[in-house]
Design a protein around this ligand. Structure first.
Ligand SMILES: Nc1ncnc2c1ncn2[C@@H]1O[C@H](COP(=O)(O)OP(=O)(O)OP(=O)(O)O)[C@@H](O)[C@H]1O
Length: 271
């Protein structure tokens, strides 16, 4: 599909034969505070397919984090339907099958990097020897081989965020949810982490949903992009991003990349 092709409907799969891992239909979420209702998500319809890297973009306060929290099982929803797993997939247990990465690495400062990565494995009581081997392999994959015994303060912000990504993968989740994972990093480190993420996605084949405020990042990372409009969140459009593979930083100067960026600006009403 070229960048100028018409929008795909939310139900159009990236891999036509695969069953969606996540089906959201008219999802709605109301927060109740001090007796008052606050509509945070009004109407989100989207399918996410196994192996997708969905970038979720929209203005501040439009409900992106709320949507991730619903997917992570941290919040319920008040309307519409949400199916995760379902037909064609093994049963889905949010406690075991979701990995989370936040804007800050949130490493425990009294644990080594290896022990931080192992934290979800400890909680889920995964066999210690197996988990340790897996953690060391993940640290190698995220470029932290040799840093297992360091303490968090000995690592840069970007390195700590890599450790947080390894931690999100230690229990072999089916779905990895990332909430502005590179928002706290400097521009150059962020570019490097974007490249790293594409590599990690390719190597793990996992399904990722990444919230970002950066439209360029949304296009660069996403195999699909979901654009939400201002609060309460409503789905403006969800479309495939077809850019050459493997993606390199050069793609950012291509006309196709520019067309996708423009399409998102248009959807968000940015002149
Ligand atoms: N626990 C809560 N109780 C009440 N209101 C909440 C709660 N969490 C979020 N909200 C409100 O819901 C709306 C959506 O918040 P959310 O954090 O999902 O937006 P967001 O798109 O992730 O924002 P940002 O991009 O600034 O991080 C906001 O208006 C926020 O104030």
């Amino acid at each position: 599909m070229s960048a100028a092709a018409p929008a795909l409907s939310p139900a159009t799969p990236t891999a036509p034969d695969a069953a969606p891992l996540i089906r959201m239909r008219n999802l709605r979420k109301v927060y109740r505070k001090r007796g008052e209702d606050f509509l945070a998500v009004s109407d989100v319809t989207m399918d996410v397919f196994p192996g997708d890297m969905v970038s979720l973009v929209g203005p501040s306060g439009c409900g992106k984090s709320t949507l991730l929290k619903i997917l992570a099982g941290l919040h319920g929803h008040d309307g519409g339907t949400l199916e995760i797993g379902g037909a064609g997939h093994a049963a889905f247990d949010a406690g075991r099958d979701v990995g989370m990465v936040f804007q800050q690495p949130l490493l425990l400062k009294w644990r080594t990097i290896l022990d931080n990565v192992l934290l979800p494995a400890d909680i889920l009581k995964i066999d210690k020897r197996q988990a340790r081997e897996h953690a060391l392999a993940l640290l190698e994959m995220v470029g932290l081989a040799g840093f297992a015994d360091k303490m968090p303060y000995e690592l840069s912000g970007g390195m700590q965020q890599r450790a947080a990504i390894a931690r999100a993968l230690i229990h072999d989740p089916k779905l990895v949810l990332m909430d502005e994972p590179f928002g706290a990093l400097d521009a150059l480190t962020r570019e490097k982490m974007n490249l790293e993420m594409l590599r990690i996605r390719e190597r793990t084949g996992k399904t990722f949903i990444v919230v970002t405020h950066s439209i360029q990042e949304a296009v660069f990372l996403g195999s699909r992009c979901a654009v939400l409009t201002a609060g309460p969140a409503r789905m403006a459009e969800c479309f495939d991003i077809s850019l050459p593979q493997p993606r390199t930083l050069h793609v950012k100067t291509s006309p196709a990349f520019g067309s996708y960026v423009q399409r998102i600006y248009d959807l968000l009403g940015v002149e």
